[in-house]
Design a protein around this ligand. Structure first.
Ligand code: ATP
Ligand code: MG
Length: 362
């Protein structure tokens, strides 16, 4: 099992501290949502899944509805970190937009964009690369995990440096909040380091160029897939938001559990069973201990039946909306074009500021 997934590693990644900080941030957001901009996104490598929904999407919609300025990034260059060719890219990008709109991201309030379309964002990568060492990049546990699962025999420079690219994704719009799953915590640390170092090297102490972004973890920062590893689009272990009710039932039936028939909620000792319990609890809006307690000695098959019904009931309206939206591809393309225009204007302004700070505005 990878470093990121074994439960001991969660402490090393600073998950408990990030969870405490997330609670404090939530309090500040409720007081003054308009003070915050959030950025988060996904790689267009396949269909969004339940891990995305409960790890990040649900938070994005909630923040948007509270009045936070939401930027949603489709990280199309990042597809090439672990594979040679970005196949079916347009289809994946459009499907991501369909998923976003179906779960409630509102393109009139949120900016949905692809980073390949924003030249000024990508230009930030060059000064940012000068601010981190090779040793710092090679210590990143998420990158190590992704290299282990990569389809490539050699590690590309893009794989190695993509957390710096991600810092550009976050910092170009000066986002303070990044609603993500726990795999992103090491990347957030790099983005914070880059912001700090840039301000120190080029900024004026009284008016730093970049705020330090912070992770906002959800109640499910690491939902497991049907094989017991992190649910991931690219690992064949996920349940897509767009899955049918029957597919969902089949996938959950095949999910890994353990030998103990008595169902409990104990994420450290029983990660697979607990992830299923948590999934049901999130869909039902209930406490996972209570859900597990009710199933008790009825065993894994009963647990899976509860999870299947809960997931299918919860996602039925989202899936119906999704099917409707998928019919109007022209609308989906328009949403992207508008978002790209808005993001490009933000990136141009930041790059001008960065070049001024670096004395390279000729
Ligand atoms: P891929 O396998 O192609 O890397 P992925 O499933 O890991 O896909 P990403 O696009 O890399 O998805 O991640 C998008 C966002 O969703 C990130 O914020 C990430 O933390 C979050 N996320 C992804 N998988 C999970 C999961 N299993 N549980 C919680 N959050 C997740
Ligand atoms: Mg990933």
């Amino acid at each position: 099992m990878s470093t990121i997934l074994d439960t001991g590693a969660a402490d090393d990644l600073g998950v408990p501290a990030a969870q405490r900080r997330s609670a404090e941030l939530e309090r500040q957001i409720r007081e003054q949502p308009g003070r915050f901009r959030a950025l988060t996104g996904d790689r267009p490598t396949g269909r969004l899944h339940l891990g995305h929904y409960f790890g990040s999407l649900h938070n994005r919609v909630r923040l948007q509805n509270l009045g936070v300025d939401m930027m949603v990034l489709i990280a199309d260059y990042q597809v090439l970190t672990d594979r040679d060719v970005a196949d079916r890219l347009t289809e994946h990008v459009e499907n991501l937009v369909v998923d976003y709109l179906a779960v409630g991201i509102d393109p009139d309030r949120a900016t949905i964009f692809t980073h390949s379309a924003i030249p000024a964002l990508n230009q930030l990568l060059l000064p940012f690369l000068s601010l981190v060492s090779v040793a710092e990049l090679s210590r990143n546990p998420t990158v190590k995990d992704e290299i282990a699962h990569s389809r490539q025999s050699a590690v590309s420079g893009l794989m190695f440096t993509y957390p710096v690219h991600q810092a550009a994704d976050i910092l170009f719009c000066k986002a303070r909040l990044v609603p993500v799953g726990q795999d992103q915590l090491p990347h957030l640390e790099i983005a914070r380091t880059i912001a700090r170092r840039f301000n120190k090297r080029y900024g004026i102490a009284a008016s730093p160029v970049f705020p330090e972004p912070e992770a906002l973890l959800s109640a499910a920062p690491l939902l497991l897939g049907t094989d017991g590893g992190k649910m991931s689009k690219s690992r064949g272990n996920s349940i897509a938001l767009s899955a049918t009710a029957d597919e969902t039932a089949r996938l959950i039936r095949g999910a890994k559990t353990d030998a103990d028939r008595h169902i409990t909620y104990d994420p450290v000792a029983r990660p697979e069973v607990s992830s299923l319990v948590l999934l049901a609890a999130l869909c039902l809006g209930r406490d996972p201990h209570e859900v597990a307690g009710e199933i008790g000695g009825k065993g894994a098959a009963a647990l899976k039946a509860v999870v299947t019904d809960a997931v299918n009931d919860y996602f039925a309206p989202i899936r119906a909306r999704r099917a409707e939206l998928a019919r109007d591809r022209a609308h989906i393309r328009r949403v992207l074009r508008d978002g790209n225009e808005r993001a490009a204007a933000v990136a141009d302004a930041t790059l001008t500021q960065v070049r001024a700070a670096m004395n390279s505005l000729y």
